[in-house]
Design a protein around this ligand. Structure first.
Ligand SMILES: NC(=O)c1ccc[n+]([C@@H]2O[C@H](COP(=O)([O-])OP(=O)(O)OC[C@H]3O[C@@H](n4cnc5c(N)ncnc54)[C@H](OP(=O)(O)O)[C@@H]3O)[C@@H](O)[C@H]2O)c1
Length: 297
């Protein structure tokens, strides 16, 4: 990213710091894409398989940073990522740093600010696949930070995942996208597993339920754009049914579970949320009104 290299090589040299499950997959992807690849790992012996595949092993982080035009970091924790990069000293100036280390938006922004102060271009990436999925055309990666870096190394980024997208200049936002996907996933998984517990208490095979209920479950995803519109506008319309209409069904679920000895914590939590909103006078609003509860306002 120095001012002198106006034209980036088709396969610019890449350095990968961290050869854990994810860093190793990334190094393999860059090697497979024809990039001269330098690797560094705290436990040096772990680099052997990548050296055998053609990677060059750096003896320290500074050497790795000097060898790679694009410096990719994938370790455990952003404090570790920053501490490692710090050992590169002035070698960091003019380099392009792609940090693929998970953390909070605050932690990631701190690394981004720190890197910018040392003259490095910075991009954060939130990888939405497990390590074996790296390189898949379907793999989603959310990026935030330097557009120049994103554009210049677009071909290298495609080796990580075919569905990369730059969200903007803020390096912290990709982590929030990742958390939003995972939060939605955990909510859905808990709902499904609770439903499975109820069904299996009756001896109903969960697979049979899925066969028949699949259209209803898939239709749920279709609700998200409607809810998103209501949340973004703050207008909790009632196009698909008022919040108060949910109360009897949730109450039935709580009573059914209680009668069977199936855990009631999860549906009771939902019932509490619905009843609080109704008591506050929002019974005629859409279910999306509950976002106000989660906002903590
Ligand atoms: N694995 C996945 O499928 C996956 C998916 C999405 C995102 N991620 C993210 O990718 C990042 C790396 O995950 P991973 O699965 O590769 O982890 P991992 O297999 O546990 O490897 C951790 C890496 O961090 C290094 N490391 C840890 N502490 C260090 C320290 N104090 N100083 C220097 N190096 C240190 C380790 O070095 P040593 O080998 O010396 O211990 C190793 O290279 C994480 O942020 C993770 O959340 C992973």
């Amino acid at each position: 990213m120095t001012g002198t290299d106006e034209h980036t090589a088709v396969t610019p040299p890449v350095s990968v710091l961290g050869l854990g499950e994810m860093g190793g997959a990334l190094a393999s992807a860059f090697l497979g894409g024809g990039h001269p690849t330098t690797v560094w790992n705290r436990t040096a012996a772990k680099a052997d398989p990548w050296v055998a595949k053609g990677a060059r092993q750096a003896s320290d982080v500074r050497e790795a940073v000097r060898s790679g035009e694009l410096v990719v970091v994938s370790v455990q924790g952003n404090e570790t990522a920053r501490e490692l990069l710090e050992t590169a000293g002035d070698a960091l100036a003019g380099r392009a740093v792609l940090n693929l280390t998970d953390g909070t938006s605050q932690e990631v922004r701190a690394v981004a600010t720190w890197a910018a102060e040392r003259g490095a271009a910075y991009l954060h990436g939130q990888i939405m696949t497990i390590a074996p999925g790296v390189g898949s055309p379907e793999a989603v990666v959310f990026y935030g930070g330097s557009r120049t870096l994103y554009d210049r190394y677009a071909a290298a980024l495609r080796l990580i995942g075919g569905r990369g997208t730059l969200l903007g200049a803020d390096a912290g936002v990709p982590t929030l996208y990742g958390m939003a996907v995972h939060g939605t996933m955990w909510g859905a998984l808990n709902g499904f597993l609770h439903a499975a517990a109820l069904l299996s208490d009756e001896g109903v095979p969960v697979a049979d339920f899925l066969d028949r209920a699949n259209p209803s479950l898939t239709a749920l995803l279709g609700l998200f754009p409607l809810l998103a519109g209501e949340i973004d506008s703050g207008a909790y319309a009632t196009e698909y049914g008022a919040l108060s209409a949910h109360r009897p069904s949730v109450a039935d679920l709580v009573r059914e579970c209680a009668a069977r000895g199936v855990d009631t914590t999860f549906p009771r939590y939902t019932l509490d949320l619905v009843e609080q909103a109704i008591d506050a006078g929002h019974g005629g609003d859409s279910y999306s009104r509950l976002v106000e509860h989660f906002r903590g306002r």
